[in-house]
Design a protein around this ligand. Structure first.
Ligand SMILES: Cc1ncc(COP(=O)(O)O)c(C=O)c1O
Length: 373
């Protein structure tokens, strides 16, 4: 059997009529950039997020740095995030011109460890950028408390967790702005690149709307800005998919529960941890080998068995060659948990259309490997 890592084509075929109708609507409207379908989707995604505003932008990376820039954060300012995230989190801080301050993650959730944040705060600190890694919320209540105490801004990197919530809080409820990526592989993904920023801050909304469109609010009137817009065709696809996101996340949770039940007797891997009272949406189902020296062999074994497992992310940001490329960066404390995660993580296939027989095949092969150790 072969088990793919993604189910994009299956997903498209399941709701083909809805996606095709929405794409056709854009084509027939003749308006492809900053048109009515983008406007409609921005309203739909703001409503889904429980925020006043949504600004569609070119990708998730841009959403982060546009938020920082829109809040006046740039050169000389410091932004705290964790080292074990996708590269773009730190990259966005650098694009804004600020200093990326890297701290360790919580050993269980792999999200930023709030207990590590305060030691990293200096008079230059302006923002915390927590990442809801793998589809599970960072501890936003603890992060908000620290931010309030030190008068910091919080920008959530929600590229991976659309539809998740924490125990007693929603995403976008406890921050100044929340950035999302709609690249195809995300839980809510378009057929290409896309992103959005959601916020209740009307000044930030106005500023980012201007920045994403050459500094312009009105035809022929410009100030310094960029070109980073969510195309109407992508908004149309996302509008069709948004109606299904909660059901798709439920499917991910069902498959994750099946994998966890089937793998709970294993001795050589650690299974994903779910915070009680939260909703983990399993953008990724990440296990760790207890002995990190066995990770690469395990990955090869799975790939040879036809299971397209991957790693997220096997080189932490501060270990990438050339770090920090002449940009401003600071590491605070040891990054032991982040480094161990990089050395031992394996993402098993996880997508809403994963079948029970595919999940059972993954379980069979992982258990076989575990017994052979
Ligand atoms: C945690 C995280 N942050 C930021 C991004 C950047 O999003 P994009 O690829 O849309 O720029 C991604 C995904 O690619 C991500 O996983």
């Amino acid at each position: 059997m072969k088990v793919a890592f993604y189910g994009h084509v299956r997903q498209y075929n399941n709701i083909k009529n809805e996606i095709d109708a929405n794409i056709n609507e854009v084509i027939q409207s003749g308006q492809f950039v900053l048109g009515p379908v983008l406007k409609r989707f921005e309203g739909e995604f703001a409503a889904y997020s429980g925020t006043k505003h949504c600004i569609g932008v070119g990708n998730g990376t841009d959403a982060i740095w546009l938020a920082l820039m829109g809040l006046g954060i740039g050169p000389g300012d410091e932004c705290i995030t964790n080292a074990n995230t996708f590269f773009a989190t730190a990259e966005a801080i650098w694009i804004a011109g600020a200093t990326a301050v890297l701290v360790d993650c919580d050993p269980k959730t792999k999200c930023i460890d709030p207990a590590k944040i305060e030691a990293a705060i200096t008079p230059k600190t302006k923002a915390i950028v927590p990442v809801h890694l793998y589809g599970q919320c960072a501890d936003m209540k603890a992060i908000r408390k620290i931010a309030d105490k030190h008068k910091l801004v919080v920008i959530e990197d929600n590229a991976q967790a659309v539809g998740a919530h924490g125990p007693g809080f929603k995403i976008a409820q406890l921050s100044d702005a929340t950035a999302t990526s709609f690249i195809i592989q995300k839980n809510l993904g378009t057929f290409g690149d896309g992103g959005a920023l959601v916020t209740n801050n009307s000044n930030l909304d106005a500023r980012v709307r201007q920045l994403r469109n050459h500094g312009s609010n009105a035809r022929n009137v410009h100030s310094y800005g960029f070109n980073s817009r969510l195309d109407d065709i992508h908004a149309a696809i996302l509008s069709a998919k948004l109606k299904h996101i909660d059901a798709w996340n439920d499917n991910r949770r069902t498959s994750a529960a099946r994998l966890t039940a089937g793998l709970k007797g294993t001795k050589h891997i650690t299974l994903p941890y779910e915070v009680p009272g939260g909703r983990h949406v399993f953008h990724l189902y990440v296990v760790e080998t207890k002995d990190s020296s066995k990770r690469d062999g395990f990955l090869k074994y799975l790939n040879d068995a036809g299971i397209d497992a991957k790693t997220h992310y096997s080189i932490a940001i501060h270990k990438q060659a050339g770090y920090p490329w002449g940009k401003q960066a600071r590491i605070v404390g040891s990054l032991t948990n982040a480094e161990l995660n990089a050395a031992s993580c394996i993402s098993l296939p996880m997508f809403p259309e994963l079948t029970t027989s595919e999940a059972d095949y993954i379980i069979e092969k992982v258990v076989q490997w575990d017994k052979a150790q």
